[in-house]
Design a protein around this ligand. Structure first.
Ligand code: AP5
Length: 207
């Protein structure tokens, strides 16, 4: 399939968790704006310095910054046959800019209610060595790597509420925007990681 795929959904819906599976099936490289911003932050680049306060407050980084970042990323040779976007676009302005840059073939929306989101995010732990995403209850990490697991700075209950608020106001309307263009595929994200993975796999196989 030509064109890019967008993984859409609220914070903590499981986009990052399912991204590697979709990347494996489609061969499209995952492009996560959240991961790109976190790398910039830990490297202390100009972009990281600019994004830090927004991310820590659970607010969206300004559109022009994100669009510039994506424009540069899509110039890389591995992006020539489309990519798998995770966490981008998040505003209608970002989606309009993306239309100018590349073709979007499908938008997979993982739907999870707010109450489940909070539990997922607060229990999330990341392995900085492999990038693997774990959860204290839903996907426990092997005991031998417990010492190196980290919790994201924005994974606090207060920040999650702010991220959810921003999602409902700025990002959710984008679902309808893609729906009107016939690109939206909705997945029930409330099952286990394996159950959601099976739904995602059958959706991707229809593309
Ligand atoms: P970003 O990193 O994109 O965060 P997010 O959208 O808030 O999404 P998350 O990474 O929190 O969740 P996810 O859906 O990937 O869930 P995961 O698979 O980890 O963005 C961070 C910040 O950067 C933003 O707040 C903003 O400031 C900035 N930013 C990024 N992109 C931007 C943009 N385009 N424009 C402006 N600003 C931008 O799963 C969560 C947890 O749940 C894990 O512990 C996992 O193990 C568990 N889990 C997953 N699936 C299941 C399941 N089915 N059942 C039970 N547990 C599950």
């Amino acid at each position: 399939m030509t064109g890019s795929i967008v993984l859409f959904g609220p914070p903590g819906a499981g986009k990052g968790t399912q991204a590697s599976l979709i990347a494996e099936i489609t061969g499209k490289p995952p492009v996560s704006t959240g991961d790109m911003l976190r790398s910039a932050l830990s490297e202390g680049t100009e972009l990281g310095v600019e994004a830090k306060a927004f991310m820590e407050a659970g607010k969206l980084v300004p559109d022009e910054v994100i669009i510039g970042l994506i424009r540069e990323r899509l110039k890389e040779p591995d992006a020539s046959k489309g990519v798998l976007f995770d966490g981008f676009p998040r505003t209608i302005l970002q989606a309009e800019a993306l239309e100018e840059i590349t073709e979007v073939s499908a938008v997979i929306s993982i739907e999870v209610p707010d109450d489940e989101i909070v539990e997922r995010i607060i229990g999330r732990r990341m392995d900085p060595v492999t990038g693997e995403i774990y959860h204290v209850s839903f996907k426990p990490a092997p005991i031998e790597i417990h010492d190196r697991l980290v919790q994201r700075k924005d994974d606090t209950e207060e920040t999650v509420r702010s991220r959810l608020d921003g999602y409902h106001k700025q990002t959710k309307p984008l679902g309808n925007w893609y729906g009107e263009r016939g690109l939206l595929i909705t997945i029930d994200g409330t099952g286990s990681i394996l159950e959601v993975g099976a739904l995602v796999t059958s959706a991707v196989n229809t593309l």
